[in-house]
Design a protein around this ligand. Sequence first.
Ligand SMILES: Nc1nc2c(c(=O)[nH]1)N[C@H]1C(S)=C(S)[C@@H](COP(=O)(O)O)O[C@H]1N2
Ligand SMILES: [Mo]
Length: 198
Amino acid sequence: MLINNKIYLSLIFIILFSGCNNPDSSGSMLTQAEKDSAALCIKPVPPADSAKFISQSIKVYGAVNKEIELTVDSLRKMKTVALDSFQVVCESGAEGSKSMMSRGVLLRDILKKAGLNITNHKDRNFAIIARATDNYKATFSWGEIFNNATGDHTIVLYEENGKPIRKFGEMKLICTNDIKTGPRQVVWLKAIEVTRVN
Ligand SMILES: Nc1nc2c(c(=O)[nH]1)N[C@H]1C(S)=C(S)[C@@H](COP(=O)(O)O)O[C@H]1N2
Ligand SMILES: [Mo]
């Protein structure tokens, strides 16, 4: 009986811990090349294809009073903010790109222009989703943008190193006070969606 119990316990241990050293125990069958490419922060795009990711305007839509579409030209006409330098750091800790002399418009001012569709004093649970042409996205909340310092640090850029953003343009969104700035940098920005959280 004692031996049987030991065998039984051993079996349970084997079943529970057999997946520990194998990150692919979920059954996915990725090749090494696919794993390497998934680990890259931005998929490398051949120059011939990069043009199709570039967005020339951003739509602001969803729970807003007025849907708007902004271009680099319309951003230039708004109140702009300048940034001396900005370092991208991936969630992994790896250093990404560094840029100097950037210029853009606060996401808060863009949202004010469209106007959040607020119906009463307690109606302030909105998710704000920055969307890119490659389906990359980052999320913000009403509280962060309108009632927290993050609102002063979330910018839609149209200029980097004193020049228009080309390869990853024409506009990108950044949040300079994130701990790791990579995750909420959205290059190839194409839309700002406002969703009321019900
Ligand atoms: N549109 C888009 N934006 C993106 C990504 C992406 O794949 N697509 N990758 C993100 C990740 S994971 C990181 S770390 C940074 C890398 O930015 P960098 O190339 O400027 O260093 O961009 C972020 N923005
Ligand atoms: Mo990343």
